[in-house]
Structures are given as C-alpha cells and as structure tokens.
Design a protein around this ligand. Sequence first.
Ligand code: HEC
Length: 221
Amino acid sequence: MTSDCTGQRLSACVGLLVLVVVTQTCSGSKPKPDPRPATELWGEMKAVVSVKELMRDMLDPIADNIFDAVSIVDDKNGTVEKVPKTEEDWEKIRIGATTLAEGAYLLKVPRPFAPPGDLNNSTGPGAVELSPDQITAKLKADPVEWNARIEALRNVGLETLDIVRRKDVKELWDASENLEQACENCHRSYWYPGETPEFYGRLDRRLRDLQRSRAVGPARH
Ligand code: HEC
C-alpha cells in the first residue's frame, strides 16, 4: 500500500490508513465472540438415578427449603405466620432456589423414569398413574412440552433467587405458590393424568357413601 501513496492519492491513503487504524483499534477492544454455541457442553452428561429417584432424593426434599420458608400455622395461641428473618433463613431459601434452578436441567439428561420393575400405580382398576413406558412414549412424542415444564421449574428457581437478593417476603409467598404449580403441572401431565376432575368427583362420591354407611352403622342382616 505504501508504494501507492504518492501525489494526489496521498490524502486518500492517509485517510485509509486512519480508517484501518481506527477499525483495528475498535475491533481489538471488542471481546472475541465465543465460537462454541452456548448450548454445547464441556463434556458428556450421564444420569445416575431414575426420574422418580431424582424427585425423591433431590428435587422434592430441596423444594421444602422454599415451601417451608413461609407458612401460616393455626395453634391454640392463634394464627402464627412463619417467614424468614435471619441470614440463615434466607441462605436456606437460596440453597433451595439454586439447586432447583440448576437441578431442573438434570431432567434433560435421558434416564429411566422409575427403577427397573417399578410400574408406578399404573395397573389395576382405577389406576391413575402412567407406567414408566407410557411416560417415555409421551415424552418422545412431544419433547417440547417436557422441556417447557423443565423451564417452568427453572424459572421459579430464578425468580426465587431474585427474591432472596431483595429479601422480599411478600413475593416469597407467590414464589412458593408458583413452585407448587410448576411441580403439579408436570405431574398432572406426565405422572397421573388419570387424576381428572371426574376422578375426584368419583372419589368424593365414594367418600361420601363411606361416611354415610359409617353414620348408619354396619348393615343389619
Ligand atoms: C418436568 C416434569 C416434572 C417436574 C417439573 C417435577 N416433577 Fe416430580 N415427577 C415427575 C415424574 C414424571 C414423576 C413420576 C416418575 C415415575 O414414577 O415414573 C415424578 C415423581 C415425583 C415424586 C414421586 C417420587 C416417589 O418416590 O414416588 C415426587 C415426590 C415428586 N415428583 C416431587 C416433585 C416436586 C416437589 C417438584 C417441584 C419442586 C417436582 N416433582 C417437579 C416429573 C416432574
């Protein structure tokens, strides 16, 4: 390029040089984009337990850190409202929220739904639960729904983390309710879709009949 920088072309060349320097300086200060897509993992992920055991031993117990954080208890002294007060109380909620937000993605790792031989309550009359095979088939037919349910759980974890940062007791009540919904919506769809309003109607009628027969006493022959 220098050999061309003579006579009337000099000013153009200087201009070009300035432009090159400016562009280089600018692009030099920009962080280089990470060539790996954000979804790519550093390595392989392998499941240890079934979905059922992941629920029983990780997601369910840790969710209690949030569920138990706020409650209303009626006892002989009246109504007592339990809310987080100390740093330790908030820390427990943060541990719950972090574990749920991160742990939710473990449900994306392919794993059996239940331990071998465990068919859930999917057999016999009035069974309301799907068998692990039926759940797997449903998931394979529409992985988008499964992922959406996982994101919903993760979102409550993120929401709760934000609440912990602001120590907002009022919003913690909402988070606890949202968590309940996120668990329940997935269970209703994948685990016990048989628990429909009709099912509860039948259950109610059965309970009422039972109470009536108890009130009347044992049948006389
Ligand atoms: C993305 C879907 C999904 C979400 C979200 C989810 N679960 Fe589950 N959960 C399941 C499925 C599916 C099963 C039944 C697995 C089976 O038995 O085949 C299950 C089973 C369970 C069980 C039964 C474990 C046992 O030993 O019988 C518990 C308890 C449970 N979940 C608690 C929770 C709680 C608490 C939350 C929310 C914090 C939650 N789950 C969120 C899908 C989900």
